[in-house]
Design a protein around this ligand. Structure first.
Ligand SMILES: [Zn+2]
Length: 179
């Protein structure tokens, strides 16, 4: 079982190789992995062929109320939405009216548990489908990132065994979400 060298948790996932050196190293079974909780990326030996996920971070299905506003105060964007899923680097957000692709947002997630509110300082709307927007988090303060990591760890521990992240070739999409 692979463990993150930084936070020592086992929620790691195969990451895509970057550059020539990493491609060469993979011939020697040294592959890049990404911690799903603290975002650390590291190389580790692995004798098994790991499915390379389309997304670097597993998105866990969860509905949390979110307030959002424009990063740029001159833009009149403000509203409320609900997450459909969440990772440490992004979420899918349902909102009405729908968001616009490319919009730069601040987000505040209300966890409803002891983590309280989690602020995302800046995020960008990557894709929009009806009222559902794919959002990538760009800037998070350390304190909020730690809260997000703890929340995600709780969700992953409850919903999916750690083995799922480091098991050999997975069938299906490789996402934690059954959808
Ligand atoms: Zn870690």
């Amino acid at each position: 079982m692979l463990t993150c060298p930084q936070c020592e948790k086992q929620f790691v996932r195969r990451s895509r190789q970057r550059g020539v050196v990493e491609h060469l190293l993979s011939l020697f079974l040294l592959f890049p992995f990404r911690c799903q909780l603290c975002t650390q990326r590291f190389l580790a030996f692995s004798g098994t062929i790991h499915h390379v996920p389309i997304r670097e971070y597993v998105r866990v299905p969860i509905r949390l109320p979110v307030s959002y506003g424009a990063v740029n105060a001159s833009e009149q964007i403000r509203g409320e939405g609900m997450t459909l899923n969440l990772s440490i680097r992004g979420c899918r957000l349902e909102s009405d009216p729908p968001l616009k692709p490319g919009a730069a947002l601040r987000l505040e997630l209300r966890t409803g548990d002891r983590e309280g509110q989690i602020a995302i300082q800046s995020a960008v709307v990557r894709s929009v489908q009806d009222k559902r927007a794919g959002i990538e988090f760009l800037e998070i303060q350390k304190e909020d990132e730690i809260k997000l990591g703890r929340l995600k760890e709780k969700l992953l521990s409850a919903g999916a065994p750690a083995a799922q992240f480091t098991s050999s070739v997975q069938s299906g999409g490789g996402e934690a979400s059954p959808a």
